[in-house]
Design a protein around this ligand. Structure first.
Ligand code: ASP
Length: 465
């Protein structure tokens, strides 16, 4: 007999089904045993009647989190016994056979969600596989999967090509601290985990792919905050050729509007057309470059997306006598402001765009520099000398000499956006296996020590304190 998913039992009234899952709860009532059976799709009640004694005895030995297979008939519940809280509350399984597939120790915390105090993060993450059995955690991961699928389908249907880029990449000064990976074959050399696929996606435009996207893991060695994971996070990284800034913003707006409607139908948007606010106006009116434009800040389902545009090319404060890019070094200045790079770079505006949602920055991007000389000039202004530029970005400067299309893109942050869409308390709660706030993974115990031999292979000697 094929296995039926619990959520589908409603469609099989009067028929025999085979269900597989975990014992969520058991109750004895008189001579009967009731169980709530749980699988990835939901919960259903099954009943063991006294007429089959051996089966009833078997059912009496069931304990929470045992893995079982139950064969039984789906019966409609009498009207007064319908459970409106349960998706399958109109039916009940009358069990005919039971097989215990695995027993379970008593879990360190309850899987059934109770009003009781929340278990600490350390214990939840140590037993994350149990934590994920709890409905609200499981549902976040399931919704995340649907959101990602929606994004993928939407972009594929519009001619985007999905391309993976290297995880072992090169260390470049992109703003944050790099995670480094020592090379075994090249003593003293290192790979870096990419802070974003920025350079690769630009190279894909030079290569002629026209429209690229990737659900890209990005690694930045930064301290955790509520809205920032300490290790890695995912961006919807995308790039397009032969477009203008408005095309990127339009696509982003349409994509996420459709995604919210399809996957988060309980949400509503403050603005049907997302406002595009200049950086100056945002700072003047709201004193922030990621304003929270919700009409009712207490409404958990309101979403106020907006774009911030017309950014200055450089941060107002200089760093060590150099300019710091407001976005990154590949962002194009406005054509009319290029002369300002010689006279007063701080006044130059750029083609940067940021996406804000309910007071969070959930994405950024820009139209890119494609003129190698202009690129060298911007690198110079941020304090990267010509020889450093050739060493670190030579591949880009060179590629731009072989016919580079005008291009630009954006990279909305998946985790941060989902945190808002799922009303999660922090970004950690929207990923399957998060690190703790202090950057450890209690389940596997990473980071961990490695053997002397592994270090030796990598030409590494630890400095003993
Ligand atoms: N790579 C950029 C970032 O991570 C996004 C972009 O410019 O497309 O912020």
């Amino acid at each position: 007999m094929d296995r039926t998913l619990i959520s589908a039992t409603r469609d099989h009234v009067g028929h025999e089904v085979r269900l597989c899952g975990w014992i969520h709860a058991t109750r004895r009532m008189g001579k009967m045993v009731f169980i709530d059976l749980r699988d990835v799709s939901g919960l259903v009640q099954a009943v063991f009647l006294p007429d089959n004694k051996p089966l009833l005895e078997q059912a009496q030995s069931l304990r929470p989190e045992f893995v079982v297979e139950v064969v039984g008939q789906v019966n409609e519940r009498p009207k007064k016994l319908v459970n409106k809280e349960m998706l399958t509350g109109t039916v009940e399984i009358q069990a005919h056979a039971l097989k215990v597939l695995a027993e379970s120790k008593t879990p360190p915390f309850e899987i059934v969600e109770t009003e009781k105090e929340e278990v600490g993060e350390e214990v939840r993450y140590r037993y994350r596989y149990l934590d994920l059995r709890r409905a609200h955690n499981r549902d976040r991961i399931l919704r995340r999967s649907r959101a990602i699928k929606f994004i993928r389908d939407y972009l594929h249907e519009r001619g985007f090509v999905e391309i993976e880029t290297p995880i072992l990449a090169k260390s470049t000064p992109e703003g944050a601290r790099d995670y480094l990976v020592p090379s075994r074959q090249y003593e003293g050399k290192f790979y870096a985990l990419p802070q974003s696929p920025q350079q690769y996606k630009q190279m894909l435009m030079v290569a002629g792919f026209d429209k690229y996207f990737q659900i890209a893991p990005c690694f930045r060695d930064e301290d955790a905050r509520g809205d920032r994971a300490p290790d890695q996070f995912y961006q919807l990284d995308l790039e397009m050729s032969f477009i203008e800034q408005a095309d990127i913003l339009d696509l982003t707006e349409k994509l996420f509007t459709a995604m919210v409607q399809a996957v988060f139908p309980e949400k509503h948007m403050t603005f049907g057309t997302w406002p595009r606010i200049s950086y100056d106006e945002a700072m003047k009116k709201y004193s922030t470059d990621k304003p929270d434009l919700r009409k009712d800040k207490n409404d958990p389902n309101e979403l106020a997306f907006c774009f911030i545009v017309d950014w200055p090319l450089f941060e107002p404060e200089m760093e060590d006598g150099h300019y710091a890019p407001a976005h990154h070094i590949f962002t194009a200045p406005r054509t009319e402001d290029i002369p300002l790079l010689d006279s007063d770079p701080s006044q130059a505006r750029s083609w940067q765009h940021d996406l804000a949602l309910n007071g969070y920055e959930v994405g950024g991007g820009s139209i890119r520099i494609t003129d190698p000389q202009l690129q060298e000039k911007v690198l110079g202004l941020v304090g990267i000398s010509q020889s450093e530029a050739r060493e670190q970005f030579g591949h880009m400067l060179e590629a731009f000499q072989y016919g580079v299309p005008p291009h630009g893109g954006i990279a909305p942050g998946i985790d941060r956006m989902l945190m808002v869409l799922l009303n999660a308390p922090n970004v950690r709660e929207v990923v399957a296996f998060p690190k703790t706030g202090d950057n450890r993974e209690p389940m596997t115990g990473s980071p961990s020590s490695v053997s002397e031999q592994q270090l030796k292979d990598l030409h590494i000697q630890l400095r003993r304190k």
